[in-house]
Design a protein around this ligand. Structure first.
Ligand SMILES: C[S@@+](CC[C@H](N)C(=O)[O-])C[C@H]1O[C@@H](n2cnc3c(N)ncnc32)[C@H](O)[C@@H]1O
Length: 299
């Protein structure tokens, strides 16, 4: 892990790294959050299939995909129907070592899959707060909680960059394939450090990059909302974690995110890749699915 401190990448340089120079314009970062909210709203309402990334694996049964990314069958079996929309890229809750009575926050909780898994571990005396900005996703998650009788789970509307959670009030934070979607990642890690009690920990699954993406992908809005082109470079990402005051970074998982789909993309994206001459070798190994741990130092 690179321990050198680096400044958070500014929006302008993120736009450049997303390939604003060239034939196609980079995604407009000021529109990104609205686009993300709209797309995940359509997924929550069942108007669009969920997939992260936009690969041909989108058509696979979500249960099968969940097992591939690390969920255990025995956990999936006890979830409320509809909590798993196939939007994650890891299984972070298993690695949080949650204990009965603890309080945990799930950032970008979607339909509630990880919040419910956390609820089973903290038990009725614990507390789980799911935070998401998409109204339809919150509605779905709340309906799932009511159906399954999870009284210790609450879903709050809010942005990861300004969490609706008190200072130093939680034991643990988790998030699954969400921070790559947020343009201001430094704000997210500062917020995580703020809400964790001293000694609290986080386990996060997310997408990061090892090297620049071909412009056809870096400038594609579909691949941004599909969890690829919004991802930060590895060194920048973990510098932001450290700059927020979070320490002890430990990587549990670090795999090629696109390998699971055999690098087969949705028809629309594949057409663009073919048109712009992007080959599999241009992508191989660059889009990483990671799961890592860190702590807020102190007692
Ligand atoms: C890829 S989905 C992951 C959902 C869930 N973690 C899972 O694994 O099923 C991303 C979720 O994060 C939410 N989200 C994205 N950006 C956000 C932001 N800046 N603030 C709050 N929620 C956000 C979206 O509404 C969506 O529900």
């Amino acid at each position: 892990m690179d321990k050198k401190k680096r400044r958070a990448p500014a929006r302008a340089s993120r736009a450049r790294s997303a390939g604003s120079v060239g034939a196609s314009p980079a995604p407009d970062l000021s529109r990104i959050v609205d686009e993300v909210r709209e797309r995940y709203g359509r997924i929550a309402e069942g108007r669009e299939s969920g997939c992260c990334p936009p690969t041909s694996a989108c058509g696979d049964p979500v249960g099968a995909v969940a097992v591939t990314i690390g969920y255990k069958d025995r956990d999936l079996e006890v979830l409320p129907a509809g909590a798993n929309l196939g939007l994650g890229c890891g299984a972070p809750v298993d690695l949080l070592d949650l204990r009965p009575g603890e309080t945990v926050v799930d950032l970008g909780s979607g339909a509630g899959i990880d919040a419910f898994l956390a609820a089973r571990r903290v038990g009725p005396t614990g507390r789980v707060i799911g935070v998401d900005m998409t109204p339809a996703m919150l509605e779905r998650a709340r309906a799932n909680a009511a159906e399954a009788g999870f009284t210790q789970v609450e879903f709050r509307q809010g942005r990861l960059e300004a969490l609706p959670v008190d200072d130093a009030s939680v034991d643990a934070v988790t998030s699954n394939c969400v921070i790559n979607l947020v343009p201001d990642k430094s704000a997210v890690f500062r917020e995580i450090a703020r809400v964790l009690r001293p000694g609290g920990r986080l386990v996060i699954s997310d997408i990061i990059l090892d090297g620049p993406l071909p412009e056809a992908i870096a400038t594609d809005l579909l691949t941004y909302v599909g969890c690829i082109s919004g991802a930060a470079q590895r060194r920048d990402y973990f510098s932001l974690v450290e700059s927020a005051g979070l320490t002890g970074i430990h990587l549990y998982k670090d795999v090629d995110f696109l390998a699971a789909s055999g690098y087969t993309f949705s028809a629309e994206l594949q057409e663009r890749l073919d048109r712009e001459g992007v080959r599999r070798a241009d992508l191989e190994g660059k889009v990483r699915s990671v799961t890592f741990r860190a702590v807020r130092p102190g007692q």
